[in-house]
Write a protein that binds this ligand. Structure first.
Ligand SMILES: [Zn+2]
Ligand SMILES: [Zn+2]
Length: 276
């Protein structure tokens, strides 16, 4: 029932204040952007910047994290970076291929100025993207917990039981691409989405995920507990409460043990509260 309500809401949102519906209008393409040299350059440039941002921002989170930087934690971080950097490169490549070879076939491909569709449409797009990414972000993640997908794909991300900010993108390539990029690009194919919105939501998701895996005071949706207890807190807090997957201490009387600190008695920082 709850799914039907949300799905109906999404369908209603798809009917929006423009007549720019022509997802199947393949008559328009931009040959300039289908240039392979430009594609290679874009993949190299954007993945370089992306990886740099990832390392820098995650390092700031880790620097502020009160967990000791002992050997176990450093080994964990190294492994996260190995998966994380590969993931960013693949995500960038995937998105660039989309922008070069798929997106130009959209009739609103040239939606680069807000005025083209009006401010109302821009505001509409922002609301749509928020609901779209929150809803699908939650469900794609839940689907990855289905036996087959967990066994072959999602298990990598859960091998980081106590992750750090570096671990937000430490996943199987298929996971990052479907949970983030595909969700964003599908929205771009359904309604006119200004590139600024995609960028905004991409960054919003990224920072939110970093904070969640850091497990500190900014882990708003309590994602750290998803790693400690596996089958709780899949996404946004509202979604987890709505679908009955929010963490409940009554269901977990035995608390998770902290790997990095032997005794957490008396420690009151946000990350230690995850274990209490
Ligand atoms: Zn999971
Ligand atoms: Zn995670």
């Amino acid at each position: 029932m709850r799914n039907i309500v949300l799905f109906t809401l999404l369908l209603i949102l798809c009917v929006q204040p423009t007549n720019a519906y022509s997802v199947f209008d393949f008559g328009y393409s931009d040959q300039e952007n289908a240039n392979p040299t430009q594609l290679v350059y874009n993949i190299a440039a954007y993945s370089f910047v992306g990886i740099l941002q990832y390392l820098l921002v995650s390092a700031i989170f880790e620097w502020k994290n009160p967990m000791p930087k002992n050997q176990k934690r450093m080994q964990n971080i190294k492994r996260e970076i190995k998966y994380g950097t590969t993931q960013i490169f693949l995500q960038v490549a995937y998105s660039m291929i989309f922008y070069h070879y798929v997106y130009p076939y959209c009739s609103w491909y040239r939606y680069y100025t807000i005025n083209q569709y009006g401010l109302l449409n821009f505001a509409y797009g922002m609301i749509f993207m928020y609901i779209w990414t929150t809803f699908l972000g939650y469900w794609v993640h839940r689907i990855f917990h289905f036996r087959f997908l967990y066994k072959y794909v999602h298990y990598i991300h859960h091998s980081f039981r106590e992750p750090t900010a570096f671990g937000f993108c430490a996943t199987h390539p298929l996971e990052g691409i479907s949970e983030v990029n595909t969700v964003l690009h599908l929205a771009e194919l359904i309604i006119p989405i200004h590139p600024l919105m995609t960028l905004f939501f991409f960054e919003y998701i990224t920072v939110n995920e970093m904070m969640g895996h850091d497990g500190g005071e900014y882990d708003h949706s309590d994602h750290y507990k998803h790693h400690l207890y596996y089958v709780v807190n899949f996404g946004d807090t509202f979604m987890d409460e709505f679908f009955g997957t929010a963490y409940n201490s009554k269901n977990y009387p035995v608390k998770a043990k902290c790997t990095y600190v032997d005794n957490i008695e008396g420690r009151s920082e946000a990350i230690f509260l995850k274990y209490k």
